[in-house]
Design a protein. Structure first.
Length: 342
């Protein structure tokens, strides 16, 4: 077999060989050059959180969003930048914080809860917005439709409105003798009005009297729960929004101290000490929100991305709280639970 020396090969094809080698080296060097320049081109996202910064004792649902980003290969400080703004449980701060994020000219803004979403939507019609949870995105005017949100906004729904009747049915199944339920809700959140109306309708159908407990500020919580101890209320139903999530531990503690079984709308309330919850798991929503951000950063238009609805609804029962209240959960309910907290 004839052997060629490099010199012979180069002599035979001359400039062509040089061109091929140069192109090959260019292909290899190009990604390195892009990496070297990446600090100036790293996409930046803003997070408008209704809550405080996450701590080991009080993790934020946004921790699951960050995990979703990591699962997709995004590492803060390397190939993505994140700007945080925290409302500290105060809806009145959301508008100014949203405006701050918009001034930074970010690539995407992520938020949650109707007040935060509306604040961001009103602040920009150009920067893409992804919401991690929204109770009624169409009814609240956030999107034109679930299939075609339109504009610069999309995200994930919680199906909260559609499950109002089922929550009361479960509460009645566990506590057959209840006749009066207090509904704790944030009247400052426009999405909650529809939720409360659905709950009213469900209560009437079940022959249950309801009492409205409107809470908008921290001081309202204790005042409201102190008042109902005199009203012979049999149980609490807490409607989920950013405010009640933020104060879920306080609400659950007051409910147990008042000897009141509490039904919530997500696992977060059962983990805080509520008796039961029935709804989608918001942690899944926050993980999925990272997928929306990834699609947008790759060129998708938010208005073309359908709003995603949960495919799984979970029944969670806190047996520790049941024992503290002296309640026995019927076996027919226990066997349907997705999780039992001991």
């Amino acid at each position: 077999m004839k052997r060629f020396r490099i010199a012979d090969f180069g002599f035979r094809i001359g400039s062509t060989a040089i061109l091929i080698v140069a192109l090959a080296l260019g292909i290899l060097v190009a990604p390195l050059a892009a990496d070297a320049q990446s600090p100036g081109k790293v996409p930046r996202i803003g997070i408008l959180s209704p809550w405080s910064p996450s701590t080991p004792s009080a993790p934020s649902p946004f921790d699951f969003f960050l995990q979703g980003l990591r699962d997709l290969g995004y590492v803060e400080g390397r190939n993505i930048g994140i700007e945080w703004r925290y409302a500290e449980g105060r809806d009145d701060r959301l508008r100014d914080l949203a405006a701050e994020l918009v001034r930074l000219k970010l690539d995407v803004i992520v938020t949650t809860g109707t007040p935060g979403i509306l604040a961001t939507k009103n602040a920009t019609d150009t920067i893409p917005i992804v919401f991690a949870t929204a109770a009624d995105p169409v009814g609240s005017g956030l999107v034109a439709s679930l299939a075609r949100p339109g504009g610069n906004i999309t995200g994930l729904s919680t199906l909260a409105v559609d499950l109002s009747a089922k929550r009361l049915e479960l509460l009645k199944e566990v506590l057959p003798t209840i006749s009066r339920v207090a509904v704790v809700w944030n009247a400052g959140n426009p999405a909650m009005a529809q939720r409360f109306r659905e709950t009213q309708t469900a209560a009437r159908a079940l022959g249950v009297t309801y009492q409205s407990l409107e809470v908008q500020e921290p001081k309202d919580i204790e005042q409201a729960l102190s008042a109902i101890t005199k009203e012979r209320v049999d149980a609490l139903l807490v409607l989920l929004d950013a405010f009640t999530i933020y104060h879920r531990g306080r609400i659950a503690d007051l409910a147990v101290r008042s000897r009141l079984p509490m039904m919530g709308e997500s696992v977060l309330f059962a983990e805080a000490g509520g008796l039961m919850t029935y709804g989608s798991n918001p942690r899944n929503n926050f993980r999925r929100a990272a997928v929306y951000v990834d699609k947008i950063l790759r060129g998708a238009k938010p208005g073309d991305l359908p709003v995603e609805q949960p495919t799984r609804i979970e029944l969670i029962i806190n047996l520790k709280t049941a024992k503290a209240l002296g309640l026995t959960i019927p076996q027919s309910v226990l066997i349907r639970a997705d999780q039992v907290i001991q």
